[in-house]
Write a protein that binds this ligand. Structure first.
Ligand code: FE2
Length: 464
């Protein structure tokens, strides 16, 4: 029995909207909040919930107590966490008076981001059955709450119902981050769920090519009057004049990165930053986290399976590895900066809402249940010729994560972004195949510690 079959039982197998899949109907974009109906919110809630169940359906119950990443809690925390978030935020906003379970509401309340595994506190976790019971209770309460809503007018950041929109998008975030944890589980405790489809692994990427970008003026920041949900760090506004630069046409592929690995890149101190070398040495790293087999003849760990190495897919590495590759490439190669990404994206194709989420030229929104070849979606190519400006894998930027001018922490989640505006967290952007909802928006901004793994790769730039 998988975690999903148990989860379905725990929620009574209620028939909400069918979840999206990598092969069938794609997940819906986030609801318009200018005049939403409760039916629209309910459908999005159902899809969101089922996406998470779908993901966890690939995990054997005995693996739920496992801790796939030493920098994160055991998986059972993530079974309960997305549910507890609804409870805690709706209460904080004054929409609910009571919690569901005083102990579990708090135990599941907050994730962690320790600098080292030793900083992670050991807690007594509930069983999977207890976590699923909690999850089922929350599901019922949120569903009834949304069904009873009489939404009048827009839901804005100052509206109590913003807490609901926030909870929905928080759920979507954890679909993605939990997927990275599950990808680190042993293969014998995972099974690819029905409908989960990987892209074609065959073929070679085009040779590394550089494209010149002329000087461009860009503006970062989500308009305050936007029609969909945004996280606090997306608001504010930064206007920048970006000097001319060159960047790689494509994301760096597994084939490109194999050159660095074959050239003993992991053993060459001169290629690594001080922090990067410390990380590499402590972990004895000699290849990307999701490469398996031998170093000289690697295979590839996809979400639920080991595959032949997809040489044409973008490499997935942490920021330290990305920076080391740039030094190895030489000639002033460096990571793309956030404002440069905005310059690349200035004329990138957009969907009918003006966003990237539903455009068919990007591997976003579960188009595939994996990355795909770097130059395989020509309808997303920019006029200058760049591929995968959005989607496929997140792009590590060469910047620390910083607020936009005018940033104000949101009172329902003041610790969402603000604690991470430091030198230890790098900015990422562009979204990945697993990004859905507001996370797949062209305006979404992400950050992680430089040694942390996500579905993330990079694009290289150079000054001119
Ligand atoms: Fe969270």
């Amino acid at each position: 029995m998988t975690a999903l079959t148990r989860a379905t039982k725990s929620t009574g197998g209620r028939g909400l909207a069918p979840h999206g899949s990598a092969s069938a109907q794609p997940p819906h974009p986030p609801p318009q909040l200018q005049s939403p109906t409760s039916a629209e919110l309910l459908a999005y809630f159902g899809e969101t919930w089922h996406l998470y169940d779908w993901l966890f359906s690939g995990v054997a119950p005995e693996a739920i107590a496992m801790q796939p990443d030493p920098l994160r809690h055991p998986l059972v925390f993530y079974v309960g966490h997305t549910a507890a978030f609804y409870v805690n935020k709706l209460r904080l906003a004054g929409l609910w008076q009571d919690g569901v379970d005083a102990h579990l509401d708090q135990l599941f309340a907050r994730g962690v981001d320790p600098a080292t595994a030793n900083d992670l506190q050991t807690l007594a976790w509930p069983t999977l059955a207890e976590a699923l019971r909690y999850r089922g209770t929350v599901f019922d309460r949120v569903r009834l709450f949304i069904e009873g809503l009489d939404v009048c007018g827009a839901i804005t950041p100052s509206d109590p119902l913003w807490s609901l929109a926030m909870s929905l998008e928080h759920d979507r975030i954890h679909f993605e981050t939990s997927s990275v944890l599950i990808r680190q589980l042993p293969l014998d405790v995972v099974t690819r769920p029905p409908g989960w489809v990987y892209a074609d692994t065959a073929g070679e990427p085009p040779p590394l090519a550089w494209i010149a970008v002329p000087p461009r003026s860009v503006e970062l920041g989500r308009p305050a009057s936007g029609a969909t949900f945004g996280w606090d760090n997306e608001y504010g506004q930064l206007a920048a004049d970006v000097s001319a630069f060159v960047a790689t046409q494509n994301l760096i592929s597994n084939r490109d990165y194999f050159g660095f690995v074959s050239d003993e890149g992991y053993a060459r101190r001169d290629l690594w930053s001080e922090a990067g070398w410390r990380w590499r040495s402590r972990q004895a790293v000699e290849r990307p986290r999701f490469w398996t087999g031998s170093v000289s003849n690697p295979r590839y760990r996809a979400m639920f399976d080991e595959l032949e190495m997809p040489w044409s897919w973008p490499v997935e590495v942490c920021a330290h590895e990305a920076e080391a590759f740039c030094r190895w490439l030489g000639g002033g190669a460096r990571l793309l900066r956030e404002v440069e990404h905005a310059a690349l994206a200035l004329d990138a194709p957009r969907d009918s809402t003006g966003d990237s989420i539903a455009h068919p030229g990007y591997n976003l929104n579960l188009r595939y249940g994996s990355p795909c070849p770097v130059a395989s979606l020509p309808s997303g190519r920019t006029p200058l010729g760049f591929n995968d400006v959005f989607g496929n894998v997140w792009q590590w930027f060469g910047d620390d994560f910083q607020p936009l001018p005018g940033f104000v922490p949101h009172p329902y989640y003041p610790e969402f972004s603000q604690p991470y505006f430091d030198r230890d967290h790098a900015a990422l952007g562009g979204g990945a195949w697993a990004s859905t909802g507001a996370s797949a928006s062209r305006l979404y901004r992400l950050w992680f510690r430089r040694h942390f793994f996500q579905h993330a790769g990079f694009r290289v730039a150079r000054d001119v």
